[in-house]
Design a protein around this ligand. Structure first.
Ligand code: DOR
Ligand code: ZN
Length: 357
């Protein structure tokens, strides 16, 4: 049995308020525990979005009542809320800026808005950017100009990681995360997935991009799922929304890659626990660990997941490594496929001072 620290997933979508049919804080945090995550940081592109006090309150209420693992919330950067984000900063784990098209209304196109948020958001708290291609370069420039840390979400392409790598070598305070689907899937898989289910932002990249990410793992700070649940009907219907569920498949896929000698268990702990805790300056969870049967071979089945999504882009994949037990603050909260934590037992977490400053 392999023992790992409780995983910290810095990028999940819990869909409450507004779209509980896709996921709610109960099912989403069950999926988290089943996948070995004891903390999830949830994105603000809900309905209403978490961009003001009222939106924040709705998300906080849902999470406090239902979450079965520890949780934190991002505040969304909008076109008109830069004046009020500082008042809410103490209640969240960071500010999320959407610079490219994705699911939900939170897209900031105007560079002046980027600047105002960089000026007003407390310098010691994280800014996380959904940036792709050119906007990754733009965020690196802003990190340098404002001399403050910026974390790039779900990086997918070789050119993006090349820019991050260069920036890190120059001492610019940028960090990044990669989602398992951008490590294990690429455009070759699109035909089998089908047009709707294959939709995700950033889009699946090329096999060469995959290879570059693997070769430059040392410049990737975090693994984060970007767990983005949508129902099977939505993914197969008209206007399929982008996004893959990921909480229950991330660790088994990574452990299978360990078996294939593509990475080590320490690489996983560093990027799925230690760095997330450090970058977001989260309190450590005492007496918290997960136990994994590293030799258990099993087949991924969407319909067997706790997430309401009930599908997965990894359907039918054989993986090695299964979460057997999760202990959170001394309590066994997951064992042999069963969730034992009660709804509402998760504790809210907030970011302290960023460790990068
Ligand atoms: O594919 C995605 N889905 N990418 C995102 O950035 C958002 C997410 C969602 O919320 O569904
Ligand atoms: Zn996301």
């Amino acid at each position: 049995m392999l023992k790992l620290p409780g995983l910290i997933d810095v990028h999940v979508h819990m869909r409450e308020p507004g779209a509980a049919h896709k996921e709610d804080w109960d099912t989403g945090t069950q999926a988290a525990l089943a996948g070995g995550a004891t903390t999830v940081l949830a994105m603000p592109n809900t309905n209403p979005p978490v961009t003001d006090k009222a939106g924040l309150k709705l998300a906080q209420t849902a999470a406090s009542e239902k979450a079965r693992c520890d949780w934190g919330l991002y505040l969304g950067a909008g076109a008109d809320n830069a004046g009020s984000t500082v008042d809410l900063a103490k209640e969240v784990v960071g500010l999320k800026m959407y610079l490219n098209q994705t699911y939900g209304p939170l897209r900031l196109d105007d560079m002046r808005h980027w600047m105002t948020h960089f000026e007003t958001w407390p310098a010691d708290l994280p800014i996380v950017a959904h940036a792709e291609g050119h906007t990754v370069a733009a965020m690196v420039l802003l990190a340098e100009l404002f001399n403050r840390p910026v974390h790039i979400a779900h990086l997918a392409k070789a050119d993006e990681l090349a820019i991050i790598r260069k920036a890190k070598e120059r001492g610019i305070p940028v960090t990044c995360e990669v989602a398992p689907h951008h490590l294990f899937l690429n455009t070759d898989f699109l035909e089998k997935l089908g047009p709707g289910p294959g939709e995700v932002r950033p889009r699946l990249a090329s096999p060469a991009d995959n290879a570059f990410l693997w070769e430059n793992l040392e410049f990737i700070d975090c693994f984060a799922t970007d767990h983005a649940p949508h129902t099977v009907a939505e993914k197969r219907g008209e206007n399929p929304p982008p996004g893959f569920p990921g909480l229950e498949t991330a660790l088994p896929l990574l452990l299978t890659a360990v078996r294939e000698e593509k990475l080590t268990v320490d690489d996983i702990s560093l990027r799925y626990h230690t760095n997330p805790e450090k970058l977001f300056n989260l309190p450590s969870q005492p007496e918290t660990w997960i136990e994994v049967d590293e030799n258990a071979e099993w087949t991924i089945r969407g319909a067997e997941q706790f997430t309401k999504a009930q599908w997965t882009p990894f359907e039918g994949w054989r993986v090695t490594g299964k979460v057997e037990r999760v202990v959170l603050r001394g309590e066994t909260v997951f064992r042999e496929g069963k969730i034992l934590a009660a709804p509402g037992s998760g504790v809210p977490v907030k970011s302290g001072e960023s460790a990068l400053r």
